[in-house]
Ligand binder design. Sequence first.
Ligand SMILES: [Cu+2]
Length: 161
Amino acid sequence: MSQMKHFLLFGLLFPILSQTVAAGSVADGIMVDDPYVRAVPPGQPNSASFMVLHNKGDKGSALTAVSSPASEVAELHTHTMDDGMMRMRKVEKIDLPAGEMVELQPGGLHVMLLGLKQELVPDQKVPLTLIFDDGSSVQVEAPVRKLQMKMKQGDHKRHMH
Ligand SMILES: [Cu+2]
């Protein structure tokens, strides 16, 4: 277990992309690609994070939880069409089939950050801990990015951010 301790320490000192795992765990076989967090205007209580998860292991697993010091709560969400309206709903887990890539992206699966504790300024790095179904975890630093999206603002003109 001293090896795990070493990895944990390494993760704190070099917060780029580190795995807080022992060999053979689910986290060991998961590659996290291009993680980022959506920038939101000041006062917005929530945001979301997106990334690509590549399960390079030979057995299927799942992302079961995420935690971040940036928000009170982090949930796993998906979008569904409901009477022609896109709605988000919480999911228990995000399945990661063996050898496949699963994309968390706007309008689809995402990590919901509820109750932001800080303003999310572009280029700032948000630490996320991804927890898998065997209890192993991976820590990533997700930069904050502005997304191109239409904002509805009452009767005001729609504009691009
Ligand atoms: Cu959501």
